[in-house]
Design a protein around this ligand. Sequence first.
Ligand SMILES: [Zn+2]
Length: 131
Amino acid sequence: MTRKESIKELGNILFKRRDALKSALAGDLSQLRELQASGDIVDLALDTSSDEISSQLAEVESRELKNIEAAMEKIKKGDYGLCEGCNKAIPLARLQALPYAYLCIKCQIESENGTLDLSYEGSTVGSFQRT
Ligand SMILES: [Zn+2]
């Protein structure tokens, strides 16, 4: 599969996940569960034994939703998969693990250390902090 094809596929995953998250935030967890069951999503912070969304979970999900929407915007503009720190292509393996990653691993580490310069034009990171 070419990088372009993989990105298209990641776009579909982001799209489905965005819809599922939107429903989950509205109180309907069924789509999110379906995605989880199909193995489309990783590292999901969802307690499947509970129908209640805790405010903490809702916070995590709305933050993720923002990241997903930013990533989808990039797919539209054609600069998805480029690191916002060094402007180089983020390896596909990283994007597949985290489809809304906006930093390569090197820059991610630098951003966690507080040494990353994100002043270049086009950065959408703002005050976002990844935990
Ligand atoms: Zn980078």
